[in-house]
Design a protein around this ligand. Sequence first.
Ligand code: VAH
Length: 324
Amino acid sequence: MTTRCLVTGAGGQVGLDLIRVLQARGYDVHGSDIAPRPDAAQLDASVPWHALDVTDADSVEALFTKVRPHRVFHLAAILSARGEEVPQRTYDVNQNGTVNVLEACRKLEVERVIFTSTIAVFGPGLPATVVDDVPLQPTTMYGVTKVAGELLGDYYWRRFGVDFRAVRFPGLISASLPGGGTSDYALFMYTDGVRLGHYEAFCRPDTRIPLMYMPDGIRALVDLSEASRGALRRCTYNIAAFSPTAEEIAQSVATAIAGVNITFASDPRRQAILDSWPRVLDDSNARNDWGWAPDYDLGAMTEDLVPKIRALIEQNPGLFDHDH
Ligand code: VAH
């Protein structure tokens, strides 16, 4: 029987790319989100789409009962910058949403649940290179709820045998708007660079956080979901690709967009969040346990991404309009 996957928050930054890769690997994939079904250009007509508010435990259980997924990719969340505008709502979506999904997985005996954690679980006072097990002292509601998600998942695994697996994503970059992240300055250098020829980043030029190109991020999720449980010595893994300074990203963008002008005006609130995150991650547990390795470095990402953004803006000039 074909393995059935259900993706929550499927309309967000990661979901549609994940659905495409799962389909290509032969899975039967269902999407769910509080947002309406994306248009046919973004989502294959064969993929069922379900309206789901993860904060409503009864709706989560009802959907799981209807779809009977073997694997759940739980992506639904509010990101860090948006989360600081609406912390109570962020708690509800990220924390209650995750416990509702875990409960439904337990009751309906879902085989595996894959969770997207983040470098935002870390807080100030970190060592130069950050391993999996350091004290987690996040400063954002997003980070607090993602720490809780990791711990709950670990608990459900040990207590109920729910096979919970998570990656801590760096800032993800792709040719789509993320919506409310603090790592978004990196993407905006590319999108505003292409559409406007200039961008003023909300961070200092020496800001350095771990970043990753989306195809690597998606592959990490799918590879971890397919790993044999016996190979996994833990539930949650750091994964890393590259850690450039903002200035280094600007230089890379300039190699692909002639004459682009990227300037810096640090916003204290978002800068404080960025400064509280790791600069460089140690992902050796992921490499050893399930063979994780990124394909893209900064230069390879720039080469691949700029033509994609150009083509998308030609088709739809308003696509990357955003608030700063
Ligand atoms: C955010 N992109 O900025 C997310 C991420 C690296 C942090 O999880 O909130």
